[in-house]
Design a protein around this ligand. Sequence first.
Ligand code: FUB
Length: 326
Amino acid sequence: MKYICSSLLLLAGITSFAQSTKTINQSGNPIFKGWYADPEAAIFKNKYWVYPTYSAKYKEQVFLDAFSSDDLTNWKKHEHILDTAAIKWANKAMWAPAIVEKDKKYYLFFGANDIQSDNEVGGIGVAVSDKPEGPFKDHLGKPLVDKFHNGAQPIDQYVFKDKDGQYYLIYGGWKHCNIAKLNNDFTGFVPFEDGTIFKEITPDKYVEGPYMFIRNGKYYFMWSEGGWTGPDYSVAYAVGDSPFGPFKRVDKILEQDASIARGAGHHSVIFNEKKNKYYIVYHRRPLTETDGNHRETCIDEMKFDADGKILPVKITNEGVKAERVK
Ligand code: FUB
């Protein structure tokens, strides 16, 4: 008995040592428990934030959770930061949030209802809060985009801030991607000089999940390819001189690895200015899972070569080392 007790104590000691080593130094992958997909990462007030889709049956996707961390390794869950109870027109498939801070308010853009035609209610909505952890309230009382334009299903929005401070909505499913100029209070759009509101910027092989950032004056446009329920879901990119492109596909930079996970895609990017480090936050499916919704949120480093090309990301079980914002 004495022997069993001391063995158990030793085992507990080893386990807690292993856990503390992991939590202090390394994020591990996934970075938090549960089926979560389409992660939108952001930095607010020296904290990292991740806003994912709750990955479940459409009818169960009636809320969004968020996660925050001081160091990329210990993540705190903020439950139900947005709920369909606060969005009267939304009743299912609340997806793929995008968040921006503007004028001391936080705007959370989301897709809802997975509309299949212009005759259905739903599309891309906007919610607003004074805090990154919410609670978020409906900003408009109706969707911001509720129709198909240029063939793009109104889902998978990303809000891009250009060098001049102008915000753009970049979005679209069903293999089409549009860009539109947001107005100052995010209640609608400002038409382009030719009078149009939605400009198509779809690159070759684009499917959904657009993302954009500027590096060394160049516009990096990234997106997901393949089917999100399958193993071949992946991320590719193009580089342009403006947010409107033209965007010529360069290469795939994130995809499955037969020894780690399948279906790696729908990502966002964190840039740590102090360390000049880029991180890709994405979802993937464990090798043991076949259910389309069994997706988990992971993080790995994203590196560039000397010419500014994004190097293929090595997806890992270890994730990234602890790193504070400042
Ligand atoms: O999570 C629902 C859908 O799956 C997203 O809108 C797509 O981008 C895909 O990741």
